[in-house]
Every structure is written in structure tokens, then in C-alpha cells.
Design a protein. Sequence first.
Length: 390
Amino acid sequence: MIGTVATEKKLRFVACDAVESLKDVGILAAKNQLGDLASQAIDSLGNVGMYAAENKIEIAAQYAAKYLGYVGMYAAENELESAANQAANSLGAVGEYAAENKLKNATEQVVASFEDVGKAAAENGLEDAAKQAATSLRVVGISVAEKGIGYLTARVAHSLEVIGETAAENGLEDATWQAAWSMGDVGEFAAEKGLEDATWQTIHSLKHIGKIAAENGLEHATYHAAHSLGAIGRIAAEKEIEGTVFEATRFLGAIGEIAAEKGLGDATYHVTWFLGDVGEIVTKKEFKDVAFEIERFLEHIGSMAVDKGLEDAAKQAAWSLERIGKVAIEKGLEDIAEGAARCLARLTVSRKGIVEKAIGNSRSIYRETNQKVSDEFLNLYEDELKKLQT
């Protein structure tokens, strides 16, 4: 109460003293597993921090965020999930106001505290609290990305990576996919705003989460990491940031290979779909190195999918190669078209029945839409097939 009034009256020293006292109460309560008292201290810290940020008393908001991290971390370590969840919620409220008022030091402290609370929650198996940390951090990340604050956006991505990786290592799928989903949304805003370093950090962080999720058999989380990478790659391609889209597709392919190896059919299917989607755009933009890399991944993942009995994923790999090849024909890019045909032919030779079935299905679709392009690409494919069979 005193701290809230002090912030409303802009008495920053009184507010700072108040949060210091609340921190001591909260930590003591958490250590002694007094969940209700810890939650009350957290709620009060959140209110002081929120009012401080709203009134632009940055030092008080910064201290409140710091101490919310301390108390929330102790709550998580003592398995007080409700209190840890409350800490994540309160940090979200402070972070929203701090970001809105461009209080950069306070916002950075909020992000660091989210990382501490989310990681501790994941390490102690408190999935709801870890998920809440990732959910609330998304809001802060989008806010700083919209304002063009690149280094804070990158910092959010890193903190989400820490939460997501820890959750994945501990088998917490819901918290892992939420971290990947949140990171994807932040990364999309960063890419749209042209924040290249932040976008770069986001795709690297997604790679790490996606690979750990796939290695641990967390299919839904793997899908979300792949979806986020595909979405960011698509934006980067549309905005003609070739280096970023190359990295995004390379990481997407790496996740797809692990997913296929682990027999994660739905995740592998979606990786091949996302690769095809981005592949069409980069072909239209004439990013040849990226297109060739995507073709290589589609062939390899498709082959692995068949070996693991993931028929739908193998078919989608074939369809994606066709999509890229036909766009290349339309654009007059013979080398990309031939590359797609060659990869498809190699996939057919080693996995004939499934791939031919996929090609037959797509042939009937393209007959109704673009017969000339379809025939030209399929002729290329048949030529490559003959070369391999002789």
C-alpha cells in the first residue's frame, strides 16, 4: 500500500524502500513454503512496479522487476507454483508499462527476471508457471519489437530460448511449445521491422529449442518451432533479406532431419510443407543458393521419412519439390527447375511407390490449373529419372 501510494506521488526513494521490504518478506515466505504470503508479497511488488513504470519512475520499476525475479525464483525452487505463476503475471504487467513508456533499463530487468523465474519453474517441473513466463514475455517482446528496440528484442529471444530449452530438457511440452510460439511472434515482428540482429537471434534460438524438442520426442513443440522458423523465413524472403532466410531454412531443415529420425510424423510433414512454402518465395525472388539448399533438405528428409514409415511426410516432400520446380519453370530458372527434378528423381528411384503416388496425385491437380507448366516440369523430372535408371 505504501509503495503504491509512493509511486503515485512520485516519491521514488520511498517506493524503492517499499520494494526492498517486500522482497525480504517474499523471499522469507518462499523459503519457508508459505505460499499465500509469498503470493501477497509478489502481488504487492507487481503493483508497485506497475505504478512506478506507469509514472515513469524507472529506478523503482527496475527494482520491483528485479525483486519479482528473486521472489519468483525462490517460489519456483520451493515448488510454490501458484506464487511462481503470480510472479510471471506480475512481471508481465510491469513489463508492459515499462516497454510502453520506453523505460529500457526497467524493461531489460523484466526480461532478465522472466528468464530466472521461467527457468527455475521448468527445472522444478512447474509447467504452468514456465508456460506463463513464456506467454507474458511474448507481450513484452512484441512491444519492444514494435518500437524498434533491437537489442531488447534480441534479449527477449534469448530469455525465451533459455525457458524453452530448459522446459524441453525436462519434458514439459506445453511450456516448450509456448516458448517457441512466443518466440515466433516476436521474431515475425522483428523481421517486419527490419531488426536484423534481433531476427538473427530469434532464428538461432528457435533452432536450439526445435532440435532439443525433436531429440526428446516432443512433437507438438517441434512443430511450433518449425512453424515459427517457417513464418520468419517467409517474411525475410518477402523482404529480400537473403542471409536471414538462408539461415532460417537451414535450421528448419536441421529440425526436420531430427524429427524424421525420431519418427515424428506430423512435425516432419509440416517441416517439408514449410520448406516448400519458403522455397516457392525464394525461387520467385531468385535466391538460388537458398532454393538449392531447400531442395537438398527436401530430398534428404523425404528419404528419411520413407525409411521411418512416415508416408505423408515423404509425399509432402515430393509435392514441395514439385511446387518449387514449377515456380522455377514459370520464372525461367532452368537450374533451379532441374535441381528440383533431380532431387525428386533420386527420391523416386530409392522410394519409388510412395513418390510416384504423390506425383500422380499432384498431376491431376495441376492438370486443372497450369497444364503447360506441369507438363514441362514433369518432362524434366522424367528425363532425370531416365538418367538415373540407365
